[in-house]
Design a protein around this ligand. Structure first.
Ligand code: NAD
Length: 347
């Protein structure tokens, strides 16, 4: 006969396993919607599909029908079934199954606040109703776009009113990380939602950092990218300065990278060709993190800082520099380290 103590011991032993099983694979029959198959979303959707089971369904949508067609042609032979749909609302359609463990996930990876607002307006208007979303079975919306925290909070409130859960999970790692499935997600949501959201994100990334309540993921992302924007200019100016003074750029980079000036733009993404072989500077600044995206993230960070009343002493000149460099024919469409070229750096 099993005693209460042995049952308790068994339950204790079983607990970590149950948790592991839960976190490594979502419940069967989970349904997924995926909206936005651009540079990041395309690769993320591929990873998600390949890591799910054939009993799962992913409905995909992008206003660019060619992206959907291309995705269908590149899917893993195993993994979830992918349905292409023709509206945002269809991609976000609610689950029909009633098992309380089944979840309906929708991932959005869109360019700017205006797109996120528009897409969720459509989703809510299509009838995400509190009557069909019970506390144990609420659709979960995970927005991975980099937008401002204030827009994100407004969208979250609208979705919550309609009976869903909206969390922000902006990411870092770029297209390389999206392709390899090694993204880092900065998550903003109540702690109670983490067990539902984390396994989903781990299909597309390697790290999920809970930053606080909804909106906090974006606050962390924008603070980080503000620093990156400044460091990138600083690294380009310092390298240019040293080279003008006659220093070998490799020697200078070696000094900086074991000294107090060390930062990601000096060490990994050095803007001077020939210093870091893998950096975009060696490919005529092709690929990498586009200067237009840096300009966008900096603008979002400045707006959010203004809203919060946080003083940014360097923001204005950094913004002017990215705006003019992003228009410059020699710099347009290139990695943001091209700022070194814009400053007249020797290549
Ligand atoms: P992208 O412009 O390549 O892709 C966006 C996709 O959204 C496009 O395919 C577009 O057709 C689609 N789209 C736009 N409006 C839509 C709508 N109403 N309905 C459905 N689809 C719609 O952008 P991206 O590079 O994939 O970036 C997406 C987000 O991730 C951005 O917010 C960006 O700042 C952020 N991000 C990008 C990178 C990067 O390296 N590219 C890195 C980190 C974060």
């Amino acid at each position: 006969m099993r005693t209460a103590t042995s049952a308790l011991r068994q339950a204790r032993l079983a607990r970590p396993m149950a948790r592991r099983m839960f976190s490594s694979s979502p419940s069967r029959l989970d349904r997924y919607g995926f909206i936005g198959l651009g540079q990041m979303g395309f690769q993320m959707a591929k990873n998600l599909q390949s890591k799910l089971t054939p009993t799962d369904t992913v409905r995909v949508f992008d206003i660019n029908a060619a992206a959907v067609q291309q995705l269908k042609g590149e899917l893993a032979s195993t993994g979830a079934v992918v349905e292409s749909v023709s509206t945002v609302a269809e991609a976000a359609k609610e689950a029909t199954v009633t098992d309380f463990e089944t979840k309906d996930y929708v991932v959005t990876v869109l360019p700017e606040p205006v797109h996120v607002k528009g897409v969720y307006k459509e989703i809510v208007a299509a009838g995400l109703s509190p009557a069909t979303a019970t506390p144990s079975k609420k659709p979960i919306f995970v927005d991975c776009s980099t937008i401002d925290p204030s827009t994100s909070r407004t969208v979250a409130a609208t979705v919550a009113e309609a009976g869903g859960v909206f969390v922000d999970a902006p990411m870092s790692g770029g297209v390389v990380g999206a392709t390899a499935g090694t993204l880092t997600f900065m998550l903003g949501c109540p702690a109670s939602a983490v067990p539902a959201v984390e396994p989903l994100l781990m299909h597309m990334g390697r790290r999920v950092l809970l930053c606080g309540e909804q909106g906090a993921g974006l606050a962390a992302k924008l603070a980080n990218n503000y620093l990156l924007a400044i460091n990138n200019i600083g690294a380009a100016e310092a390298m240019n300065l040293g080279v003008q003074w006659g220093l070998d750029p490799k020697v200078l980079a070696n000094v900086i990278n074991v000294s107090t000036g060390k930062c990601w733009p000096s060490e990994v993404n050095n803007p001077v060709p020939g210093v870091v072989p893998t950096a975009p500077a060696n490919r005529d600044y092709a690929g990498g993190f586009g200067i237009a995206l840096m300009k966008k993230d900096l603008k979002l960070a400045i707006e959010a800082a203004n809203e919060a009343g946080a003083r940014l002493a360097l923001a204005e000149s950094a913004q002017n520099l990215y705006e003019t460099a992003a228009q410059d024919e020699a710099c347009k469409g290139r990695d943001f380290s091209v700022v070194y070229r814009y400053l007249g750096g020797k290549e």
